[in-house]
Write a protein that binds this ligand. Structure first.
Ligand code: PCD
Length: 793
């Protein structure tokens, strides 16, 4: 079954009463330029904020002289770290339990760090005034090479932390070291490979920003901000600023992409709040592109050693890995408290093995903070890259076909729910059909023949496979919380008297199309047309509490909440229907949108009739309150585990080492599919991300800590020109614990595609004896790999 190339306009034009292809409800406003983003917020008397950033990666602040800037008539405030320290606001907690400077007081710890801010009557004056601030720095040696961070005598970065004597951030391990060592010792074949997942940046089209409006009379704060987690942010502001939550309204309006970049709390948000409190006026802060790239959450930056043990005939026995993680100057990621390395623990992938072990050391360096989960359910991207690359290394050593090797080792359908060797319970999966479908769509055997033939002519064609399992939908609150906040999500559904409805979500779309898909979930459950269901989100005053959108958790958690809240409403509707039709509840049958008397379809009431009766004159069944609405807070019993099989075909020019992705086949299994059109869009976007990471993107630094990826001239992101016409397909293995069987899909393609592309390039270079090459596979790196002159990045 494939949905590829079956698209037609008519398909899109259908209006399903539930799941199915449907044009996005939000798009009429976007295609007309009527989206309302944070930067569109204009308030009377609004001032503009600009941030002075450190030019140095590591330096002591000797003095800050703001007098010349403050003397400009248009300048309304200039605030330094010392000013904030006076208010107890110079430092803030991060979403991973570290602290981060809002404005530097003692030292700057990365290039681009926030040092002071100016609030002025317009954006240009605010920027110009930054030039007038005189900061004297005493430059210190920076720690840039992550491998040197723990070396004897390395400069100490986090001397703000009590008792800190080195740049160690955290240690973490999972699995069973002893059992794994024993399996390795008896294995016929052991392959080990060093791999680097370079530092990349989510680079959403819209940069980060906020508009703060503090009302000193009411003591109320209204904050529009580019956040993927408005409720969690509000709680943190309440904790830091001491303003009670009910007096803080966080509004996350339309977002121009998030990709994990908008999960952390950035100093700029806090500065705009302080700016508004100090000036008594609304204050807008909006980053430019370079600020976004140099100072907001980066992703990845893992140096990994992968080891795999197997029998000579290709049965994988164990996987072991050691990771050095660069967290930058502050651990600024968001991660569930118990999981400092996120969900990296799923590095055993889709394979049934005997033992696994991972040890990790995370360090501080003089680089921008982060480690954010860029299109990644908390470090799953790194885990999938590790396992899918190392499995290919094994195939290389065994001289085995990489598809055959994977097929031989898959967890089998009857093993689900499957407990991995690192303690993750995979909810459901049926891997082989997904793999076979991808191979069929690709014409795998013919591709191999074509490759063999081309090799005889010296042409470099590569075929790369990756097969991934993700863990998305964080998470059961007994296991997961962020800063003590349980990872559950609320949902409210209200059906109005005329049968139109409004559903309020605690998650927030950044472009995924929630206004459409959540209406479809409600429609599926209560039979009100999606067009008649309004989805409200992204405003803490008007939505129930919940932890926000990242880690593809909206469908697994909030989607479940939406289905269950609709069922609650339907249960009440059933009681009302029984009194309207004067039959017992047991004699009623539900057909999407109406109840009828069993065996008599003509005697029916629609959900609209019921809604009117729920609010109207006349009696309701004994003990039943009026109205037709419900509320829920959903705590998932497990994560969902989507999977997918990706096949990439590349051609490498032997003369220039330029890689061209010729074909890419992606078969995804995200359980029940709500809107196949939206899923395709998600997959296309994620695959494009993957091409960027595999072939183009890397944030690097020179030895002084200058960021070399500070603009989109230097940090290359892919465009339509670099990507092929994606070929997609799907299988459906529902989640057994999710009320509609859906699993997340928003990040699958970003997670699954980089190893497929790298595997393809390495496969193309096989005639040169290349077993591995590190991302990004730029022409110069591929050239080095071909000539055997590659240096570790
Ligand atoms: N779906 C369907 N079905 C199924 C699943 C799903 O239909 N089964 C769909 C839904 O509904 C939505 C989508 O699809 O709409 C997605 O989903 P999900 O998976 O659940 O996810 P969410 O939560 O919603 O979202 C999130 C994601 C993420 S996470 C990311 S990165 C990215 C993605 O999402 N981002 C973005 N995608 C996207 N898109 C866009 N447009 N934009 C953006 O920004 Mo992170 O962690 O944050 O890093």
């Amino acid at each position: 079954m494939t949905d590829t190339r079956q698209r037609s306009f008519e398909d899109n034009d259908q209006k399903p009463m539930g799941f199915g292809r449907m044009l996005r409800k939000e798009d009429p406003r976007f295609v007309r330029g009527r989206g309302r983003y944070t930067d569109d917020v204009q308030l009377p008397g609004m001032l503009h904020l600009a941030i002075l950033r450190s030019p140095f990666a590591h330096a002591r602040i000797v003095s800050v002289d703001t007098s010349a800037a403050a003397a400009l008539p248009e300048v309304k405030a200039v605030i330094t770290g010392a000013d904030l320290a006076g208010l107890g606001l110079a430092w803030m907690p991060t979403l991973s339990g570290d602290v981060q400077a809002v404005l530097a007081t003692d030292k700057v710890r990365f290039q681009g760090q926030e040092v002071a801010f100016v609030v002025a009557t317009d954006r240009y004056v605010a920027r110009d005034a930054l030039e007038l601030i005189d900061v004297e720095y005493d430059v210190l040696d920076p720690v840039i090479d992550v491998r040197q961070a723990l070396a004897e005598g390395a400069p100490l970065i986090r001397d703000d932390l009590d008792g800190k004597t080195d740049n160690h951030c955290f240690d973490w391990e999972t699995g069973d070291a002893g059992a794994t060592a024993a399996v390795f010792a008896k294995a016929d074949v052991v392959v080990s490979q060093d791999l680097v997942y370079p530092r990349v940046h989510p680079a959403p089209m819209e940069t980060c920003g906020s508009v703060a409006d503090f009302d000193p009379v009411e003591g109320r704060l209204k904050l529009w901000s580019t956040t993927q987690a408005p409720h969690a942010h509000r709680t943190l502001y309440a904790m830091v600023a001491g303003i009670p939550e009910h007096k803080i309204q966080v509004i996350s309006p339309d977002l121009g992409g998030g990709f994990g970049n908008k999960v952390p709390i950035y100093p700029g948000y806090v500065c705009s709040i302080v700016g508004s409190i100090v000036t008594g006026k609304p204050v807008k802060w909006m980053e430019d592109r370079s600020e976004n790239l140099i100072s907001t959450g980066f992703a990845r930056d893992y140096i990994m050693r992968g080891e795999i043990a197997a029998t000579r005939d290709g049965k994988i026995l164990a996987i072991r890995t050691n990771v050095l993680a660069d967290h930058g100057a502050f651990n600024g990621t968001a991660a569930p408290v118990k999981y400092p390395a996120g969900f990296f623990g799923v590095f055993t992938g889709s394979y049934d093995i005997e033992a696994a072990y991972c040890s990790m050391t995370a360090v501080y360096t003089n680089k921008a903070p982060g480690g954010v989960a860029y299109a990644c359910s908390f470090r799953i991207t790194e885990a999938v890259y590790l396992v899918e690359r190392i499995v290919d290394c094994l195939a290389y050593e065994l001289d085995m076909d990489p598809a055959a090797l994977r097929l031989k080792n898959f967890i089998q359908p009857d093993q689900f729910p499957y407990m991995s060797k690192t303690g993750w319970e995979y909810d459901s999966g049926d891997y082989e059909p997904t793999m076979r479908l991808a191979m069929e769509l690709a014409g795998y055997d013919e591709l191999r023949k074509e490759q063999a033939e081309k090799r005889t002519r010296g042409e470099l064609m590569g075929i790369g496979i990756s097969f991934f399992t993700e863990a998305v939908g964080a998470g059961p609150r007994k296991h997961m919380d962020i800063l003590g906040l349980g990872m559950a999500d609320g949902c409210e559904l209200r059906v109005h008297p005329t049968g139109k409805a409004v559903v309020r979500l605690s998650v927030q779309t950044q472009g995924q199309g929630h206004e459409t898909t959540f209406a479809q979930i409600i429609a599926e459950e209560i039979g009100i047309a999606p067009a008649d269901i309004d989805v409200v989100h992204g405003d803490t005053d008007n939505t129930p509490f919940g932890l926000g959108t990242y880690g593809s958790r909206s469908t697994p958690v909030s989607g479940a909440a939406a289905a269950l809240v609709a069922r609650k409403v339907r249960d009440k509707a059933r009681l009302i229907a029984s009194s309207m039709l004067e039959v017992s509840v047991a004699d009623l049958e539900w057909e999407k949108g109406s109840f009828h008397v069993k065996g008599d379809p003509g005697t029916a009431v629609t959900i609209q009739d019921i809604a009117m009766r729920a609010h109207g004159a006349g009696d309701l069944p004994e003990g039943l309150e009026g109205g037709l609405e419900a509320q829920i807070c959903y705590n998932p019993s497990n994560l969902t585990y989507p999977h997918g099989a990706y096949i990439c075909v590349v051609d490498v020019d032997p003369g220039t080492a330029v890689v061209k992705v010729r074909r890419f086949i992606a078969v995804d299994d995200c359980g029940t599919r709500i809107n196949p059109m939206i899923i395709e869009g998600q997959v296309h976007g994620g695959l494009t991300d993957g091409v960027g990471m595999a072939l183009m993107e890397m944030i690097s630094f020179d030895e002084d800590g200058n960021c070399l990826g500070a603009s989109l001239m230097d940090y290359l992101i892919p465009t339509a020109l670099e990507v092929p016409d994606w070929e997609t397909g799907f299988t459906v293995t529902p989640s057994p614990h999710h009320p509609i069987g859906a699993k997340g899909v928003g990040e699958s393609a970003t997670v699954g595609s980089p190893p497929a592309i790298v595997n393809a390039v390495v496969d193309a270079l096989k005639p040169y004896g290349v077993r591995h090459a590190d991302m990004p596979l730029t022409p110069s790196r591929v050239w080095d790999a071909m000539r055997g002159t590659a240096q570790p990045p």
